[in-house]
Design a binder for this molecule. Structure first.
Ligand SMILES: [Zn+2]
Length: 83
């Protein structure tokens, strides 16, 4: 699945956490985000933007590598505890 589109006017780095991101998507309607156990993305940052008078949300998708966490399969809480 690769329907994410990179906007030419999107900054090179995420404006929220200033970390490189994998892709950007823009949403006008409500969305649900569930990154629990997501093997590809560790974090998504949300930036409210105004595009030609329409309020939208720009999503910056960060992979585990970009955020600098353990690769999938090694994740967990310190000490192996389950919160
Ligand atoms: Zn970010």
């Amino acid at each position: 699945m690769s329907d994410d589109e990179t906007r030419s006017d999107a900054p090179e780095r995420c404006p929220i956490c200033e970390t490189p991101y994998d892709s950007v998507s823009v949403h006008e309607d409500g969305v649900a985000v569930n990154l629990i156990e997501n093997d590809r993305y560790r974090r998504v940052c949300f930036e409210p933007i105004d595009e030609e008078g329409t309020a939208r949300l720009r999503f910056y998708h960060h992979t585990h590598e970009q955020v600098g966490t353990s690769p999938p399969g090694e994740r967990g809480t310190p000490g192996g505890r389950v919160p």
